[in-house]
Design a protein around this ligand. Structure first.
Ligand code: URA
Length: 236
């Protein structure tokens, strides 16, 4: 009886904590301080290359793209945003309505949650780079078709080549499958350190999925803490 009561109380406490994940400093900050003891992220090393210039030149080269039908229906081409020399690259699936309107990745509701996740990792959004597997909005926010992902793949590849992140976070199944070129379900992809051309890749839930399934936030938190630990442990 006592044990059941304790178990129920424990479940309720976990549930309340899950609801509060990524929603403000009061829960996240103390956890990070206790578990991570991490200071500020290592500053990006000054690069001999002009990564910002290279990225901008590449954007200009591809921003009128019509390699797939999404080029006909988009409002704005959503190249990516953030620090061109970032150590951490987040890759999502494709722009949604708000991203299509603004021409920037992750600026809608899922983007606000991604910003909170990044801040919970004790980083600023401006310190990472964020882009998508496809650069144009699939109508109605449907999953990009394999041909659309294939048409856009060289763009993501070139972005990664320019940015040279130290670690990549794939947000959701589509981004992970596009990057890793495998068909496994998300459950099989999470929890393993993958490689993209020698760069470690951590796979986690897409923030839009977290908006529908708050109960997945805790696993996401474990994934991004792990990513941050891997990143902190890397040789500069
Ligand atoms: N979802 C994505 O995958 N990317 C965005 O930029 C916005 C929402």
């Amino acid at each position: 009886m006592e044990a059941d009561r304790a178990q129920l109380l424990n479940q309720a406490r976990r549930y309340l904590e899950d609801l509060r994940l990524f929603e403000g400093g009061e829960f996240i900050a103390p956890v990070l301080q206790q578990e991570e003891q991490g200071g500020d992220p290592a500053p990006a090393l000054p690069s001999a290359r002009d990564q910002a210039g290279e990225l901008e030149a590449f954007r200009l080269q591809i921003c009128e793209c019509t390699r797939c039908p999404l080029g006909q229906t988009r409002q704005r081409f959503v190249f990516g945003d953030g620090d061109p020399g970032a150590g951490i690259l987040f890759v999502g699936e494709g722009p949604g309505e708000e991203e299509d309107r603004q021409g920037l990745p992750f600026v809608g509701a899922a983007g606000q949650l991604l910003t909170k996740i990044i801040e919970a990792m004790k980083m600023q959004r401006s310190q990472v780079y964020i882009c998508n597997a496809v650069k144009c909005r699939p109508p109605g926010n449907r999953t990009p078709a394999p041909e659309e992902l294939a048409a856009c793949a060289p763009y993501l590849e070139r972005q990664i080549e320019i940015i040279q992140p130290r670690i990549i976070c794939a947000l959701g199944r589509t981004a992970a499958q596009a990057l890793l070129q495998i068909n496994s379900p998300l459950g099989a992809l999470r929890g393993r350190l993958h490689q993209y051309r020698g760069i470690p890749v951590v796979v986690t839930y897409h923030p839009a999925a977290l908006l529908r399934h708050a109960e997945w936030k805790r696993q996401t938190w474990e994934d991004v803490k792990w990513l941050r630990r891997e990143y902190d442990g890397m040789e500069l």
